[in-house]
Write a protein that binds this ligand. Structure first.
Ligand SMILES: NC(=O)NCCC[C@H](N)C(=O)O
Length: 407
């Protein structure tokens, strides 16, 4: 029997989370490729691992079961079907050519689940391959990747998101991250722990990234629309959650298409049932479009959506959540500190329960604001982890949260 999983809020007591401990994929980053691979610097890998281990230990210390994506993947790859599937998808890139694709397919089939996991995550560089040489490899640079490394797998938030008892495998927008969802989809499809889990969305659908999806309250889902999640992505997700009866309201929240605000959770996260920590420099201009069901129709595509005018985000959110006010706690102190701490993921907190949130220790002012508002701040180090531009929420995919207590 598989364990029931799922979450219907951002702040219900966190019981199980999926993390990815950064590994050799981070050692692939160089000053030549870090922009393309979506890192703002070259992390010191050992220190990043220490910081990540401390983060995981903090969660365990609070009673959270920590699952590692790489361990789930290795267990998944015990199945020959899953192994073949993983190899075929990893080698589907059109840059490989038939000669190298054939060579790698044969070579990878001989690898153990542990070795294959490592290769799927850390990638393969042209100069690391002994056979299969031909036209393509002689024209590629020795440092070019035949299979791209996945340094952003660290941010498990983005490649899948649980909405009630369903998991949405997302569809990542940036080329450097596309392969991540091949792995999450495989885990959720083939790993025995997730047997029987029903899925929505998928990597072949319109772009939706987990960092844009906030479960504001049971039945209310906010979705940022900007650099990553597209307008068509939020429409697809809305159709699916309404059709599966996972929510009654979706709030589509336009955010600036910039790196600093790549996901909704870079500017706003929940720390209590009625409190968000939010970037004040945009708080007053942030808007939302409220989407509900006008007619369920006979299937997902036939469902008719009711779409409101744009309204202030905090007002639209409170209305959908049926609360008087969604309170805002500001990032930083003054606009410049706020900008610095927003960049360093001051907004990107991970709630462990109502009024308990994990945050990067470096964001002194934001953490003080949170404490003044009655939030327990569980501080973790992120000097190296932060170079990928993600904080505690980005680095965690909640697999189970307790339902919120009824009052
Ligand atoms: N939810 C998040 O904001 N995730 C952080 C993703 C950072 C990663 N380097 C990226 O650019 O996609």
């Amino acid at each position: 029997m598989s364990t029931p999983h799922g979450a219907d809020s951002e702040v219900g007591r966190l019981t199980t989370v999926m993390l990815h401990r950064p590994g050799n994929e981070l050692k692939r980053l160089t000053p030549r490729n870090n922009d393309k691979l979506l890192f703002d610097g070259i992390p010191w890998v050992n220190r990043a691992q220490e910081e990540h281990d401390a983060f995981a230990e903090t969660l365990r210390g609070r009673g959270v079961e920590v699952l590692y994506l790489s361990e789930l993947l290795t267990e998944t790859l015990e199945s020959e079907l899953a192994r073949n599937h993983a190899i075929t998808s990893a080698l589907s890139g059109l840059h490989l050519g038939d000669t190298m694709r054939r060579y790698l397919a044969t070579a990878l089939r001989d690898k153990s689940p542990v070795e294959l996991t490592e290769i799927l995550i850390a990638g393969i560089r042209n100069d690391e391959v002994r056979g299969g040489h031909g036209l393509v490899t002689s024209l590629l640079d020795p440092h070019d990747f035949l299979v791209d490394p996945l340094p952003n797998l660290l941010f498990t938030r983005d490649s899948s998101v649980w909405i009630r008892d369903r998991v949405a495998v997302t569809s990542l927008a940036m080329p450097a991250r596309k392969r991540e969802t091949q792995l999450t989809e495989l885990i959720y499809t083939e790993h025995p722990r997730f047997a029987g889990t029903r899925r929505i969305h998928g990597w072949h659908n319109e772009h939706v990234e987990g960092g844009d999806v906030l479960l504001l309250a049971p039945g209310v889902v906010a979705v940022g629309v900007g650099e990553r999640t597209t307008p068509a992505g939020v429409e697809r997700l809305a159709r699916q959650v309404f059709h599966a009866d996972l929510a009654h309201t979706v709030l589509a929240v336009p955010i600036a298409q910039e790196r600093a605000t790549m996901h909704l959770d870079t500017i706003c996260t929940m720390v209590d049932v009625d409190k968000v920590v939010m970037y004040p420099n945009i708080a007053h201009t942030l808007e939302a479009v409220t989407v509900t069901v006008a007619d369920h129709g006979s299937d997902e595509n036939d469902l008719v959506l009711d779409v409101s005018q744009h309204a202030p985000f905090l007002v639209a959110a409170a209305k959908a959540m049926q609360i008087d006010t969604l309170h805002q706690i500001d990032t930083g102190l003054d606009p410049v500190t706020a900008e610095r701490e927003q960049w360093d993921d001051g907004n990107n907190t991970l709630a462990l329960a109502p009024r308990v949130a994990v945050a990067y220790e470096r964001n002194d002012e934001t953490n003080e604001r949170l404490e003044e508002a009655g939030i327990e701040v569980v501080r973790v180090a992120g000097s190296e982890l932060g170079s990928g531009r993600g904080g505690p929420r980005c680095m965690s995919c909640p697999i189970s949260r307790d339902p919120l207590p009824q009052d």
